[in-house]
Design a protein around this ligand. Structure first.
Ligand SMILES: NC(=O)C1=CN([C@@H]2O[C@H](COP(=O)(O)OP(=O)(O)OC[C@H]3O[C@@H](n4cnc5c(N)ncnc54)[C@H](OP(=O)(O)O)[C@@H]3O)[C@@H](O)[C@H]2O)[C@@H](O)CC1
Ligand SMILES: [K+]
Length: 418
């Protein structure tokens, strides 16, 4: 049955058409809306529920998470990682530029997924001389376009057109290149994230200058007790200085908070104990997967990265968002809340928000027990707001017993609710 929201403080719901059901045609009335609020509802004609039940949704989420965690993920030896690299860029027809672009984009998207821009703006990317460093240069560019403020430390530049091109691209964005000697000994005060793109799967031996000191800088950063007071460290493919297969052999190496494995995790990733392990490099073709028997988690939707393993439990009290929208003053809103709704709704649609017509509907049964559920708005006009439910649903029962109800639209990306 479609339900209306009425503009009038004493609105009585009118069915859109006579209800073809044994249930009575409900009339609903809501209390007067607050000046800038929109509050009202009413009802008629049967329809299916548009959202899965919370139980169904939870079950499906739990299944996919458990499946990803349960599946054995392949870890590559150094030899296999190099072989795969050669095959991709040989018989399989890829160029290094292409793979590096996708790898760096994966790193940037994984970083953005975990470390929100509102909390972490300044990103230091430390780049090494090889392709791992190239991934860092690409990630810096994408992070810039995502709104972050990258700084690049690139002490051993490689004189190849691929790398000089990446440097030129960053310079055209006015991204600062910071000489090693200008880095503060304690990086905490100046950066909100540090990306370690020094060495990847071709690392061998012990780090040579200046990377030995840079790695020590990250080691001292990672031993600061309170992780909330220091920038997180994100390692690209391998925590630099770790043995590619054995991991942090001495125990005195970098302890990254996040590892973004590329193509497939290397053996050392089994020793990674940080909270965020992601896989990136969404370009592995079936000939590689089957030849190396790769078991990798599927990438969700169009994402360039996927989390490996469990999602860490979060301290709910620490979750916060810095709202940066300008304040909303009484004289900036329209006198008619429905006009205001229409303006904001159109803006939400234009901004490309996902399901801007999703709204929380709260009904109350005759015993006074409230119940909320997400439903989809199907229309709005001078008479009110319309959505559908069926006559047997809990919402219909509640509304037939108690005409009080409330609607809430929440457009997070626009910092608006109504
Ligand atoms: N499909 C894929 O596989 C893809 C891979 N991609 C990325 O490529 C990465 C592998 O890149 P890579 O082979 O260029 O090696 P990498 O680890 O960056 O370093 C080599 C440089 O480090 C140097 N170096 C070594 N040891 C050192 C030491 N102890 N101390 C000092 N320097 C040392 C070494 O110098 P050398 O010892 O040879 O003189 C050389 O200059 C991989 O991990 C991933 O991030 C993506 O871009 C795309 C898809
Ligand atoms: K690295």
């Amino acid at each position: 049955m479609p339900f209306f929201l009425s503009t009038s403080a004493t609105a009585t719901a009118t069915p859109l058409c006579p209800p073809p059901s044994p249930y009575p045609s409900p009339h609903f009335r809501l209390p007067s809306p607050p000046r800038r609020g929109l509050a009202f509802l009413a009802a008629s004609a049967p329809q299916r529920d548009l959202f899965p039940t919370p139980r169904q949704a939870m079950a499906s989420l739990a299944t996919s998470t458990a499946a990803a965690a349960a599946a054995e993920v392949t870890h590559l030896s150094q030899r296999d990682a190099a072989d795969i690299d050669e095959q991709l860029m040989g018989p399989l027809g890829f160029s290094v530029d292409q793979l590096m672009e996708l790898a760096g984009l994966s790193v940037a998207t994984a970083v953005a997924e975990v470390y929100k821009l509102s909390e972490h703006t300044r990103v230091l990317i430390i780049c090494g001389p090889g392709n791992n460093g190239g991934d860092g240069l690409v990630a810096a560019r994408h992070l810039y376009h995502f709104g972050y403020k990258p700084f690049v430390c690139y002490p051993k530049r490689t004189a190849k057109p691929l790398y000089s091109g990446l440097v030129t691209q960053l310079e055209s964005l006015a991204i600062p290149f910071v000489p090693v000697e200008d880095l503060p000994q304690d990086l905490s005060g100046q950066y909100d994230i540090v990306i370690d793109a020094m060495f990847g799967f071709s690392f061998h031996g012990t780090p040579r200058p200046p990377f030995d000191d840079l790695i020590q800088m990250l080691v001292s950063l990672s031993v600061v007790g309170d992780s909330a007071k220091r920038p997180p460290i994100v390692s690209v493919d391998i925590p630099s200085g770790w043995h590619v297969e054995e991991g942090d052999v001495s125990g005195g190496g970098i302890k990254p908070d996040m590892l973004v494995s590329l193509t497939a995790p290397k053996l050392c990733a089994k020793k990674f104990t940080g909270p965020h392990h992601f896989l990136g490099g969404r370009f592995v073709p079936p000939p590689i997967s089957s030849k190396y028997g790769l078991e990798l988690p599927p990438y969700p939707g169009t994402s360039m990265c996927v989390r490996i393993g469990k999602v860490p439990s979060v301290d709910i009290s620490s979750l916060r968002e810095n709202y940066i929208s300008p304040e909303l003053l009484e004289n900036q809103v329209m006198p008619n809340p429905f006009d205001q709704f229409r303006t904001w709704f159109d803006e939400a649609v234009t901004a490309g928000l996902r399901e801007p017509n999703a709204m929380a509907l709260t009904t109350v049964n005759k015993a006074g027990k409230p119940s909320s559920r997400m439903v989809l708005l199907k229309g709005v006009d001078k008479q009110g707001f319309v959505w559908y439910t069926n006559y047997g649903s809990q919402k219909a029962h509640d509304l037939s017993e108690n005409s009080n109800a409330a609607l809430l639209f929440y457009w997070n990306e626009m910092n608006r609710q109504l």
